[in-house]
Design a protein around this ligand. Structure first.
Ligand code: HEC
Ligand code: HEC
Ligand code: HEC
Ligand code: HEC
Ligand code: HEC
Length: 481
């Protein structure tokens, strides 16, 4: 039996304490919050007994559960149904509710794309593989890249790449979803996200494994986009840059507590045309990601888009769950508060503290998720979130309404004889407006992760959609070619 120490070395801890002390002299109020964060950073060392060594190929979480029963128990609970006003899922136990039925504008926005066929509420991690295998979006051909974020796929990547996971990953986008999924089942790795995806076996150090994330974060580091919430990237930029930024070597523990989630909860491009891409080479803000896609060409030289809108023909960019990106723009990220702080808070189990592996909405757990730092009552914290989400929801509906009006105006212009060239300005504006609406609609916190940023994006979206409507109404002023 071996005693293992789970913690990373607490880099920068001394400096941090000095800062905390300095602040204490100035303001007592702000210090209470900072001390709490410092305290969390020190909760690093929890020793445990290794009964059964695990390997890189152990994707079945039950095997790891022998050593870490508490974390395994939490993980299993992700199969339970949870519901909050905007989070978790509606619908039956068998199938989450259809988002596209709840918001008809969502369905219209996606016409021409598989998301208009089937787009449901998310639910717990335990279901990620089964829900993907069941979605009717698979009635259209999908790429093997889909499995990057829905299964414990690293052993299969290594096998396909002859030991080289990156090579294996590169080969999967050309394969069909069904081919890669079948291989996953044959090789015995058909499990949802598992312990091995976030932890080094046995030492349990946090790590990232997903090729899409590693490439994306390297491109972000190599760019000059501002990332005040990621100090290790700033340090790497100031250094020799001999090696590409490597999150598993360079990142701080507090950053890793968000990076592990950023392996999947991000905007991406996934099809057979090119490998899965995280679009961070120009930064993480909505317009920086848009600029990245605008600068991207398909291997055949064609302009990048996800689909052509069935009614108007606009070349649309589809946004997917940009939790990591939106969180990056918020005050929590900037204050060093990670995804795990809110979604996997510590809980006391006898003498030890355990990270809650029942990853779910923090609103189900305000006591441990928020009140460790905030000293308002539970109902007050819930109310603060609700106000943010309600405002975001209202603004989202307004922006979506503007987009529907714009699409109507384009259809009217078409019926009145506008040529494709005359509609180009309106369709470009549809692309921009829709990208922004979808970015906030597809993000799963209903604005909470960065409230003011979400409002900025929706305000721009409504403006762009109205400009597009005006452009469509005034199509006769555009010279026909
Ligand atoms: C300061 C706390 C906090 C941080 C930090 C945070 N979140 Fe959240 N997150 C929330 C709250 C609050 C909600 C809204 C929950 C609800 O509506 O039930 C939420 C919602 C979500 C949801 C939807 C949950 C559901 O039940 O439907 C996902 C997914 C999510 N966050 C992922 C992330 C990721 C990934 C990160 C880091 C990149 C992150 N969060 C950082 C507080 C946080
Ligand atoms: C970069 C990671 C990533 C990739 C690649 C990915 N997904 Fe997901 N998927 C997620 C995350 C995170 C969620 C949960 C958040 C949400 O539903 O918005 C999700 C949710 C889902 C859901 C449940 C909710 C819904 O949308 O109906 C389905 C089904 C799904 N994905 C199918 C697919 C398919 C099909 C592909 C390939 C075209 C794919 N996913 C590729 C990360 C990914
Ligand atoms: C999505 C990523 C993710 C997955 C999957 C995951 N963990 Fe963790 N785990 C974390 C994070 C984040 C922490 C906090 C680590 C830190 O702050 O150093 C953690 C901490 C731990 C620790 C250290 C003690 C503690 O509770 O803080 C153990 C042990 C552990 N996890 C076991 C497991 C086991 C067993 C599984 C599979 C059943 C698992 N983890 C799956 C992200 C994950
Ligand atoms: C390997 C990819 C992957 C990783 C890593 C990952 N997630 Fe998820 N997450 C998903 C997918 C996919 C779903 C949706 C599953 C479904 O609907 O079937 C999801 C769902 C969720 C939900 C909704 C739960 C519910 O009950 O509605 C939350 C909250 C969440 N993830 C937060 C996180 C946080 C926080 C982390 C990091 C600690 C993380 N996830 C890491 C892919 C991932
Ligand atoms: C690890 C500490 C920590 C945790 C956990 C945490 N917060 Fe915060 N929160 C902060 C800090 C720091 C700020 C910035 C305010 C400041 O510096 O005075 C902040 C600011 C806020 C704000 C105002 C800023 C804004 O976004 O408009 C709200 C609302 C908020 N938190 C809600 C929550 C909720 C709800 C939770 C739980 C889901 C939570 N916080 C969890 C540390 C934390």
């Amino acid at each position: 039996m071996t005693m293992i120490d789970a913690g990373r070395a607490g880099r920068g801890k001394t400096l941090f304490v000095v800062i905390v002390l300095a602040v204490a002299v100035v303001t007592a109020g702000a210090t209470a919050l900072l001390m709490n964060i410092a305290e969390r950073k020190q909760e690093e060392h929890s020793p445990y007994v290794l009964l059964k060594p695990v390997t890189e190929n152990d994707t079945d979480p039950a095997t790891w559960g022998v050593n870490w029963p508490r974390q395994y128990d939490g993980y299993l609970r992700t199969a339970q149904t949870t519901r909050t006003r905007f989070g978790g899922h509606g619908g039956s136990e068998a199938m989450p509710a259809e988002k596209i039925e709840r918001d008809p504008w969502l369905k219209r926005m996606f016409l021409g794309y598989a998301f208009s066929i089937d787009y449901r509420d998310r639910r717990g991690h335990a279901y990620m593989l089964a829900d993907q295998e069941a979605t009717e979006r698979l009635s259209k051909p999908q790429s093997g890249s889909c499995l990057h974020c829905h299964a414990s796929i690293m052993p299969l990547y290594r096998e396909l790449g002859g030991g080289d996971a990156m090579k294996g990953f590169e080969s999967t986008h050309k394969l069909t979803y069904q081919e890669v999924d079948a291989k996953l089942h044959e090789t015995g790795h058909a499990h949802p996200v598992s312990c091995v995806d976030c932890h080094v076996p046995n030492t349990m150090q946090l790590r990232v494994t997903r090729p899409g994330f590693i490439r994306g974060i390297q491109a972000l580091a190599a760019s000059d986009a501002e990332v005040p919430h990621l100090p290790s990237i700033q340090e790497w930029r100031a250094g020799s840059r001999e090696h590409p930024y490597d999150p598993n070597v360079d990142a701080r523990r507090s950053e890793m507590r968000s990076f592990v989630c950023g392996q999947c909860h991000v905007e991406y491009y996934c099809s057979t045309k090119m490998p899965l891409t995280f679009p961070w080479g120009k930064g993480l803000k909505v317009e920086q990601v848009e600029a990245f896609w605008n600068a991207t060409q398909f291997p055949d030289g064609e302009r990048f888009f996800d689909y052509k809108h069935a009614e108007t023909g606009a070349p649309i960019l589809k946004a997917q769950h940009p939790e990591f990106e939106l969180w990056s723009q918020g005050i929590h990220a900037r204050s060093g508060v990670s995804c795990a702080d809110c979604h996997m808070p510590y809980m006391r189990e006898g003498a030890t503290k355990v990270s809650d592996h029942w990853v779910r909405s923090p609103l189900l757990n305000i006591n441990r998720s928020c009140q460790t730092c905030h000293h308002a009552s539970e109902s007050e914290m819930a109310a603060r979130v609700d106000v943010i989400q309600q405002r975001n929801h209202d603004l989202l509906q307004r922006a979506a309404h503007a987009l529907m009006d714009q699409i109507d105006a384009v259809l009217k212009a078409k019926a009145d004889g506008a040529t494709p060239d005359q509609l180009t300005p309106a369709l470009e504006l549809q692309r921009q407006a829709q990208w922004r609406i979808d970015f906030i609609a597809a993000e799963n916190s209903m604005g909470f992760h960065a409230p003011q940023e979400a409002a900025r994006v929706l305000g721009e979206a409504a403006d762009l959609a109205r400009q597009g409507q005006i452009a469509a109404i005034g199509w006769r002023t555009v010279a026909a070619k």
